[in-house]
Design a protein around this ligand. Structure first.
Ligand SMILES: *[C@@H]1O[C@H](CO)[C@@H](O)[C@H](O)[C@H]1NC(C)=O
Ligand SMILES: *[C@@H]1O[C@H](CO)[C@@H](O)[C@H](O)[C@H]1NC(C)=O
Ligand SMILES: *[C@@H]1O[C@H](CO)[C@@H](O)[C@H](O)[C@H]1NC(C)=O
Length: 238
């Protein structure tokens, strides 16, 4: 009975001791907990590392895609620039083509008469000494030359009236920019008459027009006559 009692007390003591002692008091338990914590930490670190890696990959992908977008944007801007330059050139060419037509041009019209000589020499310019009108001041009555003040299409006429007498003739031409643009031969056996040469010419600004005596008989022209006028005239059509 006493032995049983002792055993019971020892058991109580042991239990009390076990209960009273906290689990962490055990060295084994502490190490186990630390190990568990370390494992958890390691898992966590691995997780974070993997997250970082993933984040890095995503960042790289984003950078790559942004760079691709940048390249595409640059290419599309470049092609837009090229397209615009082409369009601009097209428009500019069209404007340039029409500029001349849209330009408000001055009135250009003149009439001169009275050759300064009755006997112009072969190949000479017939100088019409009296300026009847010349709104743009483009005809020079001392040289017989008209100078185009603007580019455009012009009309010119030259009228020659023969002098009294048999077998008078004059072969003459309107000469524009150094080229014959109208030829005429006036020949008279015994009556007096006039004839007219005319021409339509496109001129650049500054190009000249005059009447040239190509071949003549002796003293062919009427000069400063009241009824028959030798004239040179021109007008800018457009
Ligand atoms: C437009 O065209 C004309 C003649 O084709 C050229 O001289 C001029 O430089 C052009 N202007 C521009 C701004 O490109
Ligand atoms: C010759 O032309 C000038 C202008 O250039 C003018 O003043 C003059 O009156 C003209 N002469 C004649 C005779 O028409
Ligand atoms: C033309 O004749 C008129 C009158 O006869 C004269 O006044 C004038 O000066 C003459 N003109 C020329 C260019 O010969």
């Amino acid at each position: 009975m006493e032995l049983r009692m002792n055993s019971f007390i020892i058991l109580i003591c042991l239990l009390t001791h076990l209960v009273a002692c906290e689990p962490q008091c055990s060295k084994f338990d502490y190490e186990e907990k630390t190990l568990a914590k370390m494992i958890r930490t390691e898992i966590l670190v691995e997780q974070v590392m993997s997250d970082i890696k993933q984040l890095k990959q995503q960042t790289n992908d984003a950078v790559t895609s942004m760079e691709r977008m940048k390249t595409e944007l640059r290419e599309s801007i470049q092609s837009m620039h090229a397209e615009n330059a082409l369009k601009f050139e097209e428009y500019n060419n069209t404007i340039m083509k029409w500029k001349d037509r849209l330009e408000i041009k001055p009135d250009v019209v003149f009439l001169a008469k009275d050759p300064t000589t009755q006997s112009p020499s072969h190949g000479s310019t017939i100088i019409f000494g009296t300026t009847m009108y010349d709104v743009s001041q483009s005809y020079d009555n001392s040289s017989g030359t008209f100078t185009a003040p603007v580019a455009g299409v012009y009309a010119f006429t030259a009228q020659m009236c023969l002098h009294h007498g048999k077998s008078k003739y004059i072969y003459y031409a309107i000469v524009a920019n150094g080229k014959k643009v109208s030829n005429s031969l006036t020949y008279n056996k015994d009556t007096r008459f006039c004839n007219t040469a005319q021409s339509f010419v496109a001129l650049d600004k500054g190009q000249t027009v005059h009447v040239s005596a190509l071949s003549t008989s002796a003293v062919p022209l009427r000069q400063n006559h009241s009824r028959e006028w030798c004239t040179f005239s021109g007008i800018l059509i457009r």
